[in-house]
Design a protein around this ligand. Structure first.
Ligand code: GUN
Length: 296
């Protein structure tokens, strides 16, 4: 049996088309569109390409975009002042400060300075708390976990009652996705186990999973024999394992041994083209949601 491939690239297309249609409706009804402010400090090539893609995507769905490219040596006080200015601007619905920040800036202080109602990354402790409470309190869901949940739903995988195993316990993926899938509610009600580097028998836990979410950052960690036949496997790993000498492109590998795993799993996400493309789509969804709240 060969698994059905869950394409993040295809699902993203549908989500962005839905967002674009909602933006057009908002424009017709209120004469306004969502506005995302992106703040980039320094010129780290990875961050520059991420932010460029976020801006391009925002513009493609009809958002307004405000872009700040700040020098590497900007002071923490100046960055906080800019955030405060955007916090108080009713025409800005989302504020995104690209991470990581230079060493002299306290990242936590910066995240905490963003108005939680404009925190479209959902990194602010208030939004982390809202996610724990669940239901309508969870206004913004963190983008990568929200993308994972959307992929599971749109692939037709039943979450309610499923055994979910999450490999990894990071604040941005492992912990939030575990909580989201265990919550009471739609696209949830799963029985969730979190496993990590100190777990005694990773393989035994993974083998029980109807839905296996792997966010460990270890290329090829999950072997085919760890997968329950027919399971849905979501690979969050984006590991740079080398460079193609002919094309000069970085070679990416997931946390799951994809070629072997696809012969066992029922559904599986590829790397690249799986979870990766979903994150920015969910950022757009949060920004749209923020504008919808602001307009009432
Ligand atoms: N750096 C890498 N990923 C992200 C993200 O999702 N949001 C922000 N703000 N910075 C990042």
């Amino acid at each position: 049996m060969t698994a059905k491939i869950i394409s993040g690239t295809e699902i993203r297309k549908s989500i962005l088309a839905e967002i674009k249609a909602d933006v057009e409706k908002m424009k017709a009804k209120h004469g306004k569109v969502p506005c995302l402010a992106t703040i980039l400090v320094g010129k780290d090539p990875g961050s520059v390409s991420y932010v460029t893609l976020k801006i391009k995507t925002a513009l493609s769905v009809g958002f307004h975009e405000i872009q700040d490219d700040l020098p590497e040596d900007i002071s923490e006080a100046d960055l906080l002042a800019l955030i405060e200015k955007y916090n108080n601007d009713p025409d800005i619905h989302g504020i995104l400060v690209q991470l990581p920040l230079p060493m002299h800036i306290d990242e936590k202080k910066v995240i905490n300075a963003i108005n939680p109602d404009k925190d479209v990354d959902a990194f602010h402790p208030v939004n982390v708390g809202r996610l724990m409470i669940g239901g309508d309190d969870a206004r913004f869901l963190p983008c990568t976990p929200a993308g994972i949940q959307e992929m599971i739903v749109r692939s037709g995988t039943q979450i309610c009652g499923a055994e979910v195993v999450v490999v990894g316990r990071s604040n941005i993926v492992g912990k939030p996705i575990a909580m989201m899938l265990a919550q009471k509610g739609v696209a949830a009600n799963a029985t969730v186990t979190i496993v990590h580097t100190r777990t005694k028998d990773l393989a035994a836990h993974c083998k029980r999973a109807d839905i296996l979410v792997v966010a460990a950052g270890v290329p090829g960690l999950v072997k085919p024999e760890w997968i329950k036949p027919g399971a849905t496997v979501i690979d969050v790993g984006v590991n740079r394992v080398g460079m193609n000498e002919v094309t000069g492109k970085v070679i990416l590998k997931g946390d799951v041994d994809f070629d072997a795993a696809k012969e066992i799993a029922g559904k599986i996400t590829p790397v690249p083209g799986g979870v990766g493309p979903m994150t920015i789509a969910m950022l757009m969804k949060n920004t749209l949601k923020s504008a919808q709240y602001a307009l009432g």
